[in-house]
Design a protein around this ligand. Structure first.
Ligand code: NDP
Length: 452
């Protein structure tokens, strides 16, 4: 291996790149990682972490009101956007430092700068050429804003984390994870919030009940949702500093901020990948096989840049697989079945396994258990918020194929049920499990009546 400067050179120190680099180093490889922007990638800097902090902040917006039902008299609370942004930035800085320490502690050489490929075994960074036996592309993705007239006036989630002022009115475009999360965040922080979505159901890749139930809850909390609607053009408002978004059909919506959450594209431009002979998909994603090897045998890729499952824990798992296969015992592959996920909208959504439609298509005969109810907590708050729980069960084997919910702490609840599904739990075993009372999660082990 000594013919190369390093055994592994990772481009991109985000979740997946850092995990693969650290693990490879632990297995004895000589590893370097290059990062041009920020340590920890999207998750730490412009994704999961700041989003969840904002989401916590937004929840307080209604918690103060809810507290009154429990006897707390709270003077009209005031919200300080600048304090939130500053505190969030401080936490991110701390995490950036943690990542630097983790890499350093593992013996990974961290190079700050933009690395590009010169050939199958060589990267260039700041005019230096460095050779590596393997090169790992872990450059992640970047938000996509459709090129409509006035698109430059809109922001993406990247900028939403650093707005100088909290807008008074916001339009959020899209119906996926980021759109519903940010619409909930803005709404919770007291911003007049409108969601504009071209389709008819939010979160369309998930069980149909989740998106429709979530939409009703979000509307109940004050988010306006325009379905079958899209913005054709954005212009500055003639009168003041606001924006005017013209919808297909001619209607116009006014706002101070238009935020696009219309998907993310792999970061592969200008990396020299084509030059090195790496095949890219039409989306720009690096095409890899089940071992994350690209069309160039020495070049691997993982995480958002391969555009499979855009989730941090998936990138981490892919990083372990790559490191283990290149420098460990090998034989590892990635299991993409039953990946649980949560959407931190308000209320939260949590889901694992097959949707009703997927289960029907794959197994034919299925049983459904569905329950919606007002949780105990809100009996005193009077918020009217409802929770949805749903189980999708294969009729013949009684195996639980999907667990879906909309409600508080959905991610915390679904994480445990994901283990049960991995173990192949049956409805009978769910029924044999004693509930924890009084919780909302107990509903998942106490539903007895089939609803479909
Ligand atoms: P998604 O792919 O989830 O959603 C994109 C949305 O934008 C869809 O509703 C899509 O509509 C709509 N859209 C796409 N193109 C256009 C267009 N040209 N005009 C109008 N609408 C359009 O992407 P996100 O940006 O929300 O998130 C990216 C990924 O990041 C997620 O898929 C997820 O994997 C990850 N993520 C995970 C989070 C978590 O774990 N909690 C949080 C945030 C992101 P249509 O449905 O009609 O195609």
């Amino acid at each position: 291996m000594a013919q190369y400067d390093y055994d592994l050179f990772t481009i991109g120190a985000g979740s997946g790149g850092v995990r693969a680099s650290r693990y490879a180093a632990r297995l004895g490889a000589r590893v370097a990682a290059a990062e041009e922007r920020y340590l920890g990638g999207t998750c730490v800097n412009a994704g999961c972490i700041p989003k969840k902090l904002f989401s916590y902040a937004a929840h307080y917006g209604e918690d103060f009101g809810h507290a009154a039902g429990y006897g707390w008299q709270v003077a009209a609370p005031a919200f300080d956007w600048h304090a939130l942004v500053a505190n969030k930035d401080r936490e991110i800085e701390r995490l950036n430092g943690v990542y630097a320490k983790l890499l350093g502690g593992a013996g990974v050489a961290l190079l700050r700068g933009r690395a590009t490929l010169a050939d199958a075994h060589t990267v260039e960074i700041d005019g230096r050429r460095i050779s590596a036996r393997y090169i790992l592309i872990a450059t992640g993705g970047w938000p996509v804003v459709p090129p409509i007239p006035g698109a430059e006036l809109a922001i993406s989630s990247n900028e939403a984390f650093h707005l100088n002022e909290l807008p008074r009115r916001v339009l959020v475009v899209g119906g996926g994870y980021i759109a519903v999360e940010f619409a909930s965040i803005f709404n919770g922080l007291g911003v007049d919030t409108t969601l504009v979505y071209r389709g008819e159901r939010l979160l369309k890749e998930f069980d149909a009940d989740l998106g429709s139930f979530l939409a009703a809850q979000m509307q109940h909390k004050g988010v306006r949702i325009h379905f079958h609607s899209n913005i054709e053009q954005i212009a500055r408002d003639a009168g003041g500093g606001g924006l005017r978004a013209t919808l297909a059909g001619g209607a116009a919506l006014e706002a101070d901020c238009v935020m696009y959450a219309t998907g993310r594209a792999p970061n592969t431009r200008g990396l020299g990948l084509e030059h090195a002979g790496v095949n890219l998909a039409p989306s720009g994603a690096v095409v890899v096989d089940s071992k994350f090897q690209s069309s160039v045998p020495s070049i691997y890729a993982l995480g958002d840049v391969i555009d499979r499952v855009l989730l941090t824990p998936v990138a981490l798992a892919e990083g372990m697989v790559v490191a283990e296969n290149l420098f460990g015992a090998g034989g590892r592959s990635m299991d993409y079945e039953g990946i649980p996920t949560a959407i931190f909208s308000n209320p939260n959504v949590g889901t694992v396994g097959l949707s009703e439609a997927q289960a029907r298509a794959r197994y034919g005969e299925i049983d459904l258990y569905r329950s919606s109810f007002g949780p105990l907590r809100h009996q005193l708050t009077g918020s009217g918020e409802q929770v949805l729980m749903k189980l999708v069960v294969e009729r013949n084997t009684e195996r639980v194929l999907g667990v879906h919910m909309v409600g508080p702490d959905a991610g915390e609840i679904i994480q445990g049920f994901a283990v049960a599904l991995k173990c192949g739990a049956t409805k009978r075993q769910f029924d044999a499990t004693i509930g924890i009372h009084p919780t909302i999660a107990e509903e998942l082990v106490t539903m007895r009546e089939k609803t479909g």
